[in-house]
Design a protein around this ligand. Structure first.
Ligand code: PLP
Length: 388
């Protein structure tokens, strides 16, 4: 131990007489190396801060400005008082106190989704979460009833969903990837096969735009066909859409939720890639009605109940305020401008002499197995990392 400074962690293994826990006595998911993937990516970015990461979805840091955080806090309080008519004491309470489990920026998020995604949703069906990652776990946990319940996902799938499902003990059946990521014939076949052996497919997870890690997306035609196939198979769709705003198509395709006339789609969103990953703000839209004697309310209230036992509510000021900021900024910077902004960011990155893009040739080819341990995916966890 050094003469000064904090004591060092004990890294030399167990001392005689101290408690040792065999790994197999912990939850079985903890023996799965894929649960380490996020840590590996975060650690790699921490160790090589100047590398352009095409692995983790990290926005371009030159656009960050600490002063913004203070401005946005003030902006949020102004919104609560001027737009919502709250008394200053109420606004102060909203910032400092325990808050509504489903979050307090649901109205702003609903307005943003209406503008940017052409999705009209009742704010009450929005659950604000600690990043999309928490939303993935809450939904997987809520859908997991017994050992027969399974989800489906195109392989390779986003490691965050695979890990969340593993923690929730919801097995994921792999679907074969097609030219638009999901192959509908394979989806229907897999569901039928699963039912024949007594399994209960609950939902199909996918990232319809710039799928992580495949990098491809679904045409509008395939989106409609997928919804029809899901209806035929009586499946829910888990529509994870963190990258939709980055589409470089002249007309962005509608989200699956925007096309969903049957309330078959649970939509998961994030403000991490588009704004501020450190704030950890995501959301789940679950507008499905629940049936039970006397009615059982909305599906959204069940993930919220699980959340109330894990993280209670999203953090303010950072989380709620940053969401508010993003929503309001979105009103000034419509989605149509984003492809241009993205190109600008990429051009800036490419023009930075300290970060030659040619260095990318040092990275392994897609498909080689040098990514996070235990993942079935090509290296990294995303194709659009770094471009925010
Ligand atoms: C497919 C997918 N969904 C969601 C997220 C974002 O999750 P979060 O909001 O927890 O940062 C990512 C981040 O890389 C992702 O790739």
């Amino acid at each position: 131990m050094p003469a000064h400074g904090p004591s060092q962690p004990d890294t030399e293994g167990p001392r005689p007489g101290s408690v040792t826990l065999p790994l197999h006595t912990l939850h079985h998911s903890l023996s799965d190396p894929s649960l380490e993937s996020m840590n590996v990516l975060n650690e790699a970015s921490r160790q090589y801060p100047d590398a352009i990461s095409f692995a983790a979805g990290r926005p371009y840091e030159e656009l960050f400005d600490i002063a913004q955080v203070h401005r946005h806090l003030e902006e949020f309080c102004r919104y609560l008082e001027a737009d919502r008519g709250w008394h200053p004491a109420q606004a102060r309470r909203a910032i400092f106190q325990y808050g509504r489990t489903k979050g307090i920026v649901h109205n702003l998020v609903a307005a943003t989704l209406a503008q940017d995604e052409r999705m009209r949703v009742d704010p009450e069906v929005i659950v604000m979460t600690i990043g999309c990652q928490e939303g993935l776990f809450l939904v997987a946990r809520a859908l997991r009833t017994d050992a027969r319940g399974v989800a489906l996902a195109v392989a390779p799938t986003y490691v965050g969903f695979a890990g969340a499902a593993r923690l929730a003990e919801l097995p994921v059946l792999p679907l074969r990837a097609g030219p638009e990521s999901i192959g509908l014939d394979d989806l229907v076949r897999t569901v039928r096969r699963a039912r024949k052996v007594g399994l209960r497919p609950r939902a199909c997870y996918l990232v319809p735009d710039l799928a992580n890690p495949l990098g491809i997306g679904l045409s509008v035609l395939t989106r409609r066909a997928l919804l029809a196939a899901a209806a035929e198979c009586d499946l829910l769709i888990l529509d994870d859409n963190p990258f939709g705003l980055f589409s470089l198509l002249s007309e962005r395709p509608p989200t699956l939720k925007a096309l969903d006339s049957e309330r078959r789609v649970i939509h998961l969103g994030s403000f991490a890639q588009t704004a501020f990953p450190g704030a950890r703000v995501g959301y789940v839209i679950a507008d499905q009605a629940l049936s039970a004697d006397g009615g059982a309310g909305l599906l959204a209230d069940r993930p919220a109940a699980i959340k109330s036992m894990i993280t209670v509510n999203i953090s303010s000021p950072t989380g709620q305020i940053e969401t508010a900021l993003t929503c309001r900024t979105a009103q000034y910077a419509p989605a149509a401008e984003l492809p241009g902004r993205l190109r600008g960011t990429l051009t800036t990155m490419a023009g930075d002499p300290d970060r030659p893009l040619s260095a990318l040739t040092r990275f392994p080819e897609p498909g080689s197995r040098t990514g996070a341990p235990g993942t079935t995916a090509p290296p990294g966890n995303g194709t659009w990392g770094g471009a925010g």
